[in-house]
Design a protein around this ligand. Sequence first.
Ligand code: EPU
Length: 419
Amino acid sequence: MDKIIVHGGATLNGSVRISGSKNSALPILAAALLTKEECIISRVPDLSDIHYMLTILSELGCEVERASGTVTVKAEKVVTNAPYDIVRKMRASVCILGPLLGREKEATVSLPGGCIIGDRPIDLHLRGFEALGAAVLVQAGNVKVLAPRLRGATINLQGKFGSTVLGTGNVMMAAVLADGTTVIDGAAEEPEVEDLANFLIKMGAKIEGAGTRRIIVEGVKELHGAEHAVIPDRIEAGTFLVAAAIIGKEVTVNRVDPRHLKALLDPLARAGFEIATTSNSVTLKTGGVRHPLKLETQPYPGFPTDMQAQLCALLATTEGISAITENVFPQRYMHVAELKRMGAHIELEGATAVITGVPKLSGAPVMASDLRASAALLLAGLRAEGTTEINRVYHIDRGYESIDDKLNSLGAQIERVKA
Ligand code: EPU
């Protein structure tokens, strides 16, 4: 297994180009299952999660071609049973259920088990499919959804921890080919849901309200092929901005949508960083006094859970007492034990991390556990004295395209040791 070795003490300066969004690209690729015609999707990042999705699409019978960042999918004929061996590697494979149910009125995938960031049920997805008239059967570790026909319905996807991003996408993808009108209340407002809706609209779907709490879908008879460019990855952009906040001078992230980054930029400004935006870039300048922060993760437009671990790394060396409460995945704190091994002072009180800033961290061998936790360790390693060795870096490669090369282009000193 590859390792990443981070030599602490460098300073970041310059600009970096942000890739297309992983969490947009995954359901958008799945949406190509909704038509027999060719779909061309560009700005698809080169990540292992994307490779899994392309393999699943191939196994389902799609013709899939990839030329650098552009993926062509033609789903002329599809089977409705996704292979367990691939599906089990990525929870997001669950988003093939909606399009297969919409098109073939039937789909089977293996039920996602608990994952490292906590119990991740799909009850809300299934509630949505049932409301559209589907029967849901759980057998031998698989979930099968089937319906003689799908009928539009009013559905509420609000759950205990907010709405569901992939669940909203899944139900929307089934509803586009249902008879009649579907109203999704308590819909996730994430930009990735809006991006998926924009792709579906290009395919001929009738959708209003994506990006708000209420989405209205008017079912159509069939969809056609379409071309679409995936939105920039706001979490990758945010991760580079936090890296800049930790050890930067002046760093610009290019090809981003600053509107999607507001919930991160506001607290970074409160913490004392100077931030300038254009229509498609954000520049963060360091210097000046730093302030600790109190933050809570919330569904969009709130502060994103996918940035919580990286903020822990930043606040670990910010003088004063900071606190972050994780409301979306209350158990998403695997990075804390590893950050403590690097000298951070973090105490967990339920779903709140209380962070007492220390002047320095020290490099250590650490273990990556999930994608964003791994990013946090990498950022902490940049700030630490000495060398940090990050094991199990495949977690990072699931969601960051060439993060080591991109950080090195800004001045970091990171080596990847191939297994
Ligand atoms: N939930 C339920 N029932 C459901 C679905 C979700 O109770 O049927 C709960 C979850 O357990 C969680 C909350 O609702 O407490 C939100 O989960 P959500 O369904 O929104 O998460 P997701 O759609 O499975 C996507 C991203 C995650 C990101 C979350 C929250 C993709 C592929 N994944 O997951 O991204 O953390 O939304 O914003 O889009 C990552 O990129 O590192 C990552 C984990």
